[in-house]
Design a protein around this ligand. Structure first.
Ligand code: PBG
Length: 324
């Protein structure tokens, strides 16, 4: 009897060998850093449930964007905290709105950063839902026009990519039509195509002050139990001309990321959301896990599952660690 000729351990003997045969290579290139913009100046307030993440005014956003750029990251995504809210989210459309001003400030600073904007109503409506309310329900078609106007105002302010996260039917087509009609045919759409109704958004709703004031989001966000439906949502968004599609959250939905990657030939993103971040931060603060090791393992896992882009609050730390 000969000893097994297969010895997979031969290629694990030292770091040089492991590096040589590594299948998934995580880099800062595909990481996108989410930021929360508020009104005022010199405001920088840490979000309690998200250590290291701040609500900040445009001037402070620009400062952090300089840091983001110097770390080798290529993109940020902006969320807005307006001064006033109303039933239709009107403040999301203003040329001088909180996100629009931040985009202009970043543009003025001449940074080599892509600016992506979250397009949604929940941060701007007093009821906290992602659409307008009609007969006690979240209206779909009435919401589309507002989303399209919001995306247009972000494009006018200088956004590179708009990212609708509301989960209304037909929003990608509505936004594309509006952008094209206004000569913004080169502004790309990153669609939150398969966005699940998730408990993992809890800390974000504190950060963005966007918790629904009644009911929940189950009538528009997806049921966590559904996978085939995610493929349908992605197919529809692509038919409507989405340039990049995203799955959200990431960790409980890596099977969806993999299926979307295998089935469609477009860039695929995954959102490593606030609750996923908060769990890591809390455990690390208690000394229960090694934060650097766990974060890089999580991001490698999301990338290995098929995500080309990853939106993550860990982006700055990860970029630092990956540089070494
Ligand atoms: C909605 C939106 C949400 C997130 C991004 N865009 C929250 C929600 O649907 O309630 C969540 C992101 C996160 O949890 O990190 N505009």
């Amino acid at each position: 009897m000969t000893f097994p000729i297969h010895r997979p351990r031969r290629l694990r003997r030292n770091e040089a060998l492991r590096r040589l045969v590594r299948e998934t290579r995580l880099t800062a290139d595909g990481l996108i850093y989410p930021m929360f913009v508020c009104t005022g100046t010199k405001v920088r307030k840490e979000v309690g449930s998200m250590p290291g993440v701040h609500q900040q005014s445009a001037d402070q956003i620009v400062e952090e964007c300089r840091e983001v750029e110097s770390l080798g990251l290529s993109a940020v995504i902006l969320f807005g905290l307006p001064e006033s809210k109303d039933p239709r989210g009107q403040s999301s459309l203003h040329a001088q709105g909180v996100v629009q001003r931040a985009i202009e400030a970043i543009r003025k600073a001449n940074l080599n950063l892509l600016v992506i904007t979250d397009v949604c109503l929940c941060e701007y409506t007093d009821h906290g839902h992602c659409g307008v309310i009609e007969n006690g329900e979240i209206g779909n078609d009435a919401t589309l026009e507002i989303l399209a106007e919001q995306a247009l105002s972000h494009a006018r302010a200088g956004a590179d990519i708009v990212a609708p996260s509301d989960m209304m039917d037909g929003r990608v087509a509505a936004i594309r039509g509006k952008l094209d009609a206004n000569k913004f045919e080169n502004i790309a759409i990153l669609a939150y195509a398969a966005k699940y109704c998730s408990g993992f958004y809890g800390p974000f709703r504190e950060a963005a002050q966007s918790a629904p004031q009644f009911g929940d989001r189950r009538s528009y966000q997806m049921d966590p139990a559904n996978a085939r439906e995610a493929l349908k949502e992605v197919a529809l968004d692509l038919e409507e001309s989405a340039d990049i599609v995203m799955v959200k959250p990431a960790l409980p939905y890596l099977d969806i990321v993999r299926q979307v990657r295998d089935k469609f030939d477009v860039p695929v993103g995954a959102y490593n959301v606030s609750g996923e971040y908060a769990m890591v931060k809390a455990a690390a603060q208690k000394g229960w896990i090694d934060e650097q090791r766990v974060v890089l393992e999580i991001l490698t896992g999301i990338h290995r599952a098929g995500a080309d882009l990853i939106l993550t609050y860990h982006a700055k730390d990860a970029a630092r660690w990956l540089k070494k």
